[in-house]
Design a protein around this ligand. Structure first.
Ligand code: FAD
Ligand code: SF4
Ligand code: SF4
Ligand code: SF4
Length: 368
């Protein structure tokens, strides 16, 4: 039986660990308690003696291919980028949500819609806790959900008392620990494609606490970027701006730095490899292919979100929220917008898959 010791050897040592936190979430939720997430976001043994060698952490790891076929079957995955029932460009009807959101606030609006009707008791989201830092957060109220909207980075120079980990990534799966402890039964999860993937693997095996996750919202993801002091300084030079002037950062086809005076500095993603997390180079899922709905800003006008509907549940939630908490883009203004947005998602998905395959080939050559 392979265990976490094999994950160290096969996943962590070659630098392939996504830090999705799935291995730790399962081991903690079932109270084996052998693993923990370190301060650097990496999983590690907290107490080796407690490991009963169940092998689940190994099987559910998205870097390990043991459950690939079962996971694809679970979500009716099909090539090239997963199951698709349709796509829309939409935004929240509530201007307060839109003002705080990354793009159109669709995710926050859908979570609120489900929460207000009692379909979910909570949502695992991610909240800003300091400059360039976010933490997983179990939102238990409307206010909690709204507070977690957006992809904001507090750039106030006065806030300095945080650890050295400055990153766009948030180990949201760690929020599953709270779900198991409460315990909650109807929870929505918002996360990156790798996080949705590990959740689905848990579902394939029917292990806790994935049974409580009823709605999976995936974020498009070109990669996870480090925003440490050196990286920030380099970005300032590349984009000719100062962080004190920044009010919002967003990732679409480029890194978009929104300044207080309304200007936007755009830095192409292919110039950001110096700050991209190593493991992300090997990741081939851009469009959150295992989610109920996947969202991103790519292909949508400023202030709107591109949404891919992937499951009947995703379709039902969006249909119910339409006209209440969500409004669709008026296609009369641009009849080809939906197909253009989809083409963009396909283009970036293919690019990511190609690049991941090249990195894997290089790694195999090195190993030989
Ligand atoms: C690391 C990362 C990379 C991304 N890369 C791309 C990209 O390359 N192209 C693209 O088009 N879109 C990308 N996105 C998605 C985009 O930034 C928006 O989140 C998406 O368009 C939804 O916008 P919204 O206004 O509808 O969501 P909102 O209503 O603003 O809600 C956003 C939700 O995401 C949660 N969240 C924010 N940050 C994180 C995080 N780090 N981890 C987990 N959950 C988080 C918030 O808690 C909130 O619930 C990325 C997002 C992240 C977090
Ligand atoms: S108890 Fe199971 S899940 Fe926990 S570390 Fe050991 S093998 Fe992995
Ligand atoms: S499950 Fe996630 S965090 Fe754990 S080893 Fe695999 S990739 Fe890393
Ligand atoms: S690119 Fe995104 S989905 Fe892939 S491992 Fe990195 S953070 Fe996870």
């Amino acid at each position: 039986m392979k265990t976490f010791a094999d994950l160290i050897h096969e996943v962590q040592e070659p630098g392939l660990c996504h830090q999705c936190g799935g291995c730790v979430a399962f081991c903690s939720a079932i109270n084996y308690g052998a693993l923990e997430l370190g301060a650097d976001g990496r999983p590690r043994y907290s107490n080796l003696e407690k490991c009963i060698e169940c092998g689940i952490c190994y099987s559910i790891c998205p870097v390990i291919h043991e459950l690939d076929e079962d996971t694809k079957e679970l979500v009716s995955w099909s090539a090239p980028i997963g199951h698709i029932l349709g796509n829309v460009v939409a935004r929240a009807t509530n201007p307060q949500v839109r003002a705080q959101a990354t793009d159109g606030g669709v995710i926050t609006a859908l979570l609120l819609h489900l929460f207000d009707r009692g379909h979910i008791e909570a949502a695992i989201v991610s909240k800003t806790t300091g400059p360039f830092q976010r933490r997983p957060w179990l939102a238990l109220s409307r206010e909690d959900i709204v507070a977690a909207a957006g992809f904001h980075f507090d750039t106030l120079p006065s806030i300095k008392h945080f650890s050295d980990v400055y990153t766009t990534f948030s180990p949201s799966i760690a929020g599953l620990g709270d779900v198991a402890r409460k315990p909650l039964k109807r929870v929505a999860f918002v996360g990156t494609p790798c996080q949705i993937n590990v959740l689905r693997r848990m579902e394939v095996l029917g292990v806790v606490p994935s049974d409580a996750i009823k709605f999976h919202v995936g974020l498009f993801c070109a990669g996870n970027f480090q925003f440490g002091p050196e990286e920030r300084q380099r970005l300032e030079q590349m984009g000719n701006f100062s962080w004190t002037e920044v009010h919002k950062v967003n990732l679409k086809e480029e890194l978009l730095i929104h300044l207080n005076n309304g200007e936007i500095r755009a830095i192409p993603l292919n110039q950001l490899n110096f700050m991209k997390r190593h493991a992300c180079q090997f990741c081939d899922d851009y469009a959150a292919e295992f989610a109920d709905i996947s969202c991103g800003g790519i292909g949508a006008p400023e202030g709107w979100t591109t949404v891919i509907i992937r499951s009947p549940l995703g379709r039902a939630v969006l249909a119910n929220a339409r006209g209440v908490d969500i409004e669709l883009y008026s296609y009369r203004e641009n009849p080809t917008l939906m197909s253009q947005a989809m083409a963009k998602v396909l283009e970036w998905s293919e690019k990511k898959k190609r690049s991941a395959a090249e990195y894997h080939q290089q790694l195999e050559k090195k190993a030989v």
